[in-house]
Design a protein around this ligand. Sequence first.
Ligand code: FAD
Length: 383
Amino acid sequence: MDFALTSEQQRIRDRARQFAREEVAPLAREADATGSLPRQLIARLAELGLLAGPLDTAYGGAAMDSLSFALVCEELGWADSSLRGFLTVHAGLVTMCIRAWGTDEQRARWLPRLASGQSIGCYCLTEPEAGSDAASIQTTATADGDDYVLNGEKIWITNGTIADLAIVFATRDPAARHKGICAFLIPTETPGFQRERMPGEALGHRASDHARITFADCHVPKSALLGEPGEGFKVAMSALDRGRLGVAAGAVGIGQACLDACVEFARARRQFGQRIGDFQMVQERLADMAADVDAARLLTYRAAWLKDQGRPATRETSLAKLFATEAAARAASEAVLLFGNRGYSNEYPVERFYRDIKGMQIYEGTSYIQRVIIARDLLGKEE
Ligand SMILES: Cc1cc2nc3c(=O)[nH]c(=O)nc-3n(C[C@H](O)[C@H](O)[C@H](O)COP(=O)(O)OP(=O)(O)OC[C@H]3O[C@@H](n4cnc5c(N)ncnc54)[C@H](O)[C@@H]3O)c2cc1C
């Protein structure tokens, strides 16, 4: 068993690390406070070949393997989960989903633009009455001559107000559940496609763009179908399988960032005449955090490696997402405590990590839903 990265994987990780530490991290606090991603960072992701990393070079991508893409997400997660979330949706849920399911024409039209950042993508599945139970979506797609007409509402759509292209899931027949679902590629300027920012202030990912999108007699041609009619649920789940790897890797980045911050602070902060890191109770927390980060990383790399071997990885990806997000939540909670009053303020990033990680336990399938997926695989269907 070889745990070493290839020289190409190291090169990609180093490039992403340098970008994350030198360009992303210094802007993260302000982006969080002002509630918007610095657009120049998206342009830089494209310049560095990170915006569509896993996409083939023929379409403008960098043809990275899944492990390299996970390394990019880990490094971005270390610095800023809002930017990492942007990338996971744009590249994992949208670009690679079109690569997998699109016609030649759809690929030629959209992939080069998504790879260059000329177009930004969003993924519209969640609705007010359909979250974990995605097969229960109510947004309808009604055939009308050469068109489909969409009506309904989506919520919490990352990149929703800045996107140029949306993958939208709608049903031809709500009673048919997953069998009725179709996926559509819809330019966001299409008449009847309306969007606004989600109301309220989010707990974390505050620099991300989260939208409520409504479809009011939104006409799209049948050529906008992504996959066959009725295949939309498969399209949605295959995208989430890719996206979850990026979320797991982003959580490894948060865990590592918490560990780095805590080690530095435990060396510097003195109380009772000694470094707080010399107290055994603090050492125990640091050691547990280090073990958690390593375990989360290994689970995530294994899921990526399986994908790169072309082997099934759904259960392993859920194991990685579950463990890495829960471990990072533990790390962020400990980090806020260890930093004392400083951890309670946005002057130090651990406060932001603590808020951001909660979102990662929820989106792309909550921690409970990851457990459902894992347990289903363990138990199989009743004979
Ligand atoms: C920051 C953020 C970004 C997001 N971005 C997107 C996006 O880009 N596109 C998109 O489509 N959606 C997005 N979402 C929505 C997200 O995917 C959903 O919130 C998530 O799937 C959970 O759905 P829900 O919130 O409706 O919770 P519900 O499904 O209503 O669940 C409520 C609770 O019940 C639990 N539960 C439900 N079913 C079960 C079960 N079978 N067993 C055990 N427990 C269960 C859940 O785990 C949860 O704790 C985003 C959400 C957030 C917070």
